[in-house]
Ligand binder design. Structure first.
Ligand code: TA6
Length: 312
């Protein structure tokens, strides 16, 4: 068998503009920004970064606007990411604004996301051709993040059909109608949050029963149910995951970090328990960092020892 290759597809990538505040954000006041920095955004790109940092070779695909391509590529190269984006002429890759209040004020960040560029039919075709030319049956592909404004559910269906025909492993971190379609098309991995899981739930079904049902057709169902913690469905069984306790600085990108590490673990053929521990350790390390993608491998390896998994 050929070596497994990993691809991420970020249809609507972003440049995250991180705005650090020195006080709690308040209305009717001039809120001072103490520091500005930039990071990759858009979910699939985050996962690619995590895989690369864990030593798992992968290629980031998707669309990118020509107008700010230099800035976008500079961030990708600072992050040591291999990429082959389909460049759309005359368009700008969106910016997402992440506001971070001081640690003592709040642990979570405030995220404002631009909706992103328009893509032409010809651009969509170019991306699909690129995917067909590269991806093989033994590969793994992650589609993550929102869709460009005019990239329709039909376009997504086309993309999933292409991947199904190739026969590769398909992971999706999508929301709304897009995740519903991914479920309908029986992809191999999904990561709905509590809100998305509620959208997938049948009436009179508990959220656990929804995970169980989804796991009938989807091999890996990973979900976070807010205060109730994280769960995953694998092999028709549900497991609860208790992550390590850490000092949270910025939660942005923690879910993407989890997905990237999860797929890296799968590619390295770790056991499901080891995969979940690795992914939880990486995500826990991520929230200790200020920007939206950084995590520390050594810290993640220490933290993963503290992850507890119990079968329900
Ligand atoms: O999950 C974090 C993040 O990837 C941010 O970095 C930001 O770019 C945003 O999500 C984009 O999410 P969206 O759903 O709009 O694609």
């Amino acid at each position: 068998m050929n070596e497994v290759s990993l691809y991420t597809i970020t249809l609507n990538p972003a440049i995250d503009r991180l705005l650090y505040l020195n006080e709690k954000l308040e209305r009717r006041k001039s809120n001072r920004i103490t520091e500005v920095s930039y990071d990759i955004g858009g979910k699939g790109t985050h996962a690619s970064y995590v895989m690369s940092k864990l030593g798992v070779k992968n290629l980031a695909l998707g669309f990118a606007g020509s107008r700010n391509i230099d800035k976008f590529k500079q961030i990708l190269s600072e992050k040591n990411m291999e990429h082959d984006f389909t460049i759309i002429d005359g368009r700008t890759t969106r910016e997402c604004y992440i506001m971070i209040e001081p640690e003592q004020v709040s642990a979570g960040s405030i995220m404002l996301t631009e909706k992103g560029f328009h893509v032409e039919e010809a651009d969509i075709k170019r991306l699909f051709e690129r995917i067909k030319a590269r991806v093989k049956a033994e590969d793994m592909v992650l589609i993550a993040g929102s869709l460009p404004t005019n990239f329709t559910i039909d376009n997504l269906r086309q993309l999933l059909r292409i991947l199904k025909e190739i026969g590769c492993f398909i992971a999706c971190d999508l929301s709304g109608e897009a995740i519903k379609l991914a479920v309908k098309m029986k992809v191999d991995f999904i990561k709905p949050n509590e809100f998305e899981l509620k959208q997938l739930k049948a009436s009179h079904e508990s959220l656990f029963d929804t995970v169980k049902r989804l796991n009938q057709d989807i091999d890996y169902v990973v979900t976070s149910l807010g205060e109730k913690g994280s769960y995953y469905g694998y092999d028709r069984k549900i497991y609860r995951v208790i992550p390590p306790k850490v000092k949270e600085v910025n939660d942005t990108g923690a879910g993407d970090c989890f997905v990237g590490a999860f797929l890296a673990g799968l590619a390295n053929q770790l056991s499901i328990e080891e995969i979940v521990k690795l992914a939880s350790g990486c995500a826990a390390s991520k929230v200790m960092n200020k920007d939206s993608s950084t995590f520390d491998v050594k810290t993640a390896m220490e933290l993963k020892q503290q992850v507890k998994i119990t079968q329900l």
